[in-house]
Design a protein around this ligand. Structure first.
Ligand code: SF4
Length: 445
């Protein structure tokens, strides 16, 4: 009988992609994916270091598993991802229930580590070198069969924003070869993908040189457009500094690139951007915004904001507020600054809690109201939806419009994988609700 493996994934789409690739890898040594946590032989926790108290969350989760398996044989407990990278040996010392710790650049060693553990019960902590795991994973078919699939094209970051752990946990920027990316895209399309989201910590920093020619993300987007079965292309997460004209030009000619740009700015104050070591100004950001809006006025933006970064005055905060009022992001992430061990910003003096909460409430009031208003704008209109799956209660379908809004509506399983028109009847902050529209005369938003 096949052994079962359960992976719990925290964090971003890149971790989700990594978890899927781990499933593909361990299949080769007889493990099968299970959704039944209580009866698994191996439990993998794919961790994220971006959020506050990431380390504590990992130990809390291990404690939960311990309780579940109190009266049974314990599963092999593996911690992977960014917290694993940052904590390394410390984890094995602090929590003996953990058997294997693997950083995000060492996933290719998971089969070896598992076999070693099964044979010798040998606790393992992998070396954290920068050997590319991609060479290993390029040889294993990506079995993901989702309608909307992720494809990692780039990893790591050389920008060293002072608040961020990514350069320490994922290492320096690495871009995968074009051929390998396109080959993986073909596999995903063969397995049913109609939409591909290109992933990277700094996705638009993608740069691969072959025969003295540099390939950028714009080249990949244009290559992907040629696959007729593929209907939509997205990418995340991008940095303003790498929003070069070749990428902006893709919005002129590429009909499959969706008119929705997630472009983190973090602050609307140049003083704070400098303190953060962001390497771009507010004016740079606005210039990108204006260029894109000129190409297509319907393009929408979302962003990330860090509120109360050390040194942020009321004036700096008001600059951020003014930027939010100007751009009207339709969906954004906003958090109070919290220090990450090992980063430069971790040594700085924090702004008091009361001021920080007040500022966060104020900014979210604006961000959420634009989000709600934008969703309301779709009511009574017809939107094109790529149908991804059935939702939990099995009676409704789930899909996304061009701007990445969730759309929920009654429909048939046979619509999964199609782009159909849905007339929006109501909305809330996070989703649109409607019914399938047949009237071709409806105005599509
Ligand atoms: S560019 Fe992004 S990933 Fe890189 S250090 Fe800054 S926030 Fe982190």
């Amino acid at each position: 009988m096949k052994k079962k493996i359960f992976i719990k994934t925290f964090g971003c789409q890149m971790n989700e992609y990594d978890s899927n690739r781990i499933y593909d890898s361990v299949k080769k040594i007889g493990f099968q994916k299970t959704n039944d946590l209580k009866n698994t032989d191996c439990f993998v926790l794919n961790t994220c270091h971006i959020r506050n108290k990431a380390k504590e969350k990992v130990y809390h989760e291990v404690g939960r598993i311990k309780k579940i398996f109190k009266k049974k044989n314990k599963p092999i407990m593996i911690i992977v991802g960014c917290v694993a990278q940052a904590e390394n040996q410390e984890m094995l010392k602090r929590e003996p229930y953990i058997d294997i710790v693997i950083g995000p650049q060492s996933y290719h060693k998971i089969n070896e580590a598992l076999m070693k553990f099964e044979r010798h019960k040998q606790k393992e902590e992998t070396e954290f070198d920068t050997i590319s795991k991609f060479k290993y994973f390029d040889k294993i078919e990506n079995k993901d069969n989702k309608i909307s699939a992720f494809l990692t094209i780039q990893e790591g970051c050389d920008k060293f924003c002072h608040f961020c752990v990514v350069p320490f946990t994922r290492g320096p920027e690495y871009s995968r070869p074009v051929k390998k990316i396109l080959h993986e895209a073909e596999m995903l399309i063969k397995n049913g993908a109609k939409e591909i989201t290109l992933l990277g910590q700094n996705v638009n920093a993608y740069s691969y040189i072959e025969n003295s020619k540099e390939y950028r993300i714009s080249n990949l987007i244009n290559e992907l457009e040629k696959y007729s079965e593929l209907k939509r292309i997205r990418y995340t997460t991008s940095h303003p500094k790498d929003m070069t004209d070749d990428l902006i030009d893709c919005y002129v000619n590429n009909k499959k690139l969706m008119p929705f740009v997630h472009l983190p700015i973090q602050s609307g104050s140049n003083k704070i951007l400098k303190l953060m070591n962001r390497k771009h100004t507010v004016e740079d950001y606005i210039k990108i915004y204006e260029k894109l809006k000129k190409i297509n006025s319907k393009i929408e933006f979302s962003s990330d904001f860090i509120i109360s970064y050390p040194g942020e005055t009321n004036d700096d905060f008001n600059d951020t507020l003014n930027l939010v009022k100007k751009i009207k992001f339709i969906n954004s992430y906003s958090f109070i600054f919290s220090p990450r061990p090992g980063t430069k910003a971790a040594e700085l003096k924090l702004i008091d809690n009361e001021t920080s909460k007040k500022r966060l409430n104020e900014i979210q009031k604006h961000l959420f109201s634009y989000q709600i208003n934008k969703n309301r704008f779709f009511e009574g209109k017809s939107v094109e939806v790529l149908v991804e799956n059935k939702i939990y209660d099995q009676s409704k379908l789930f899909g996304r419009n061009k701007f990445n809004n969730s759309v929920i509506f009654l429909g048939d399983k046979s619509d999964i994988g199609k782009i159909i028109k849905v007339k929006i009847e109501s909305s809330n902050q996070n989703s649109l609700f409607g019914k399938i529209e047949n009237n071709e005369d409806m105005r599509a938003a």
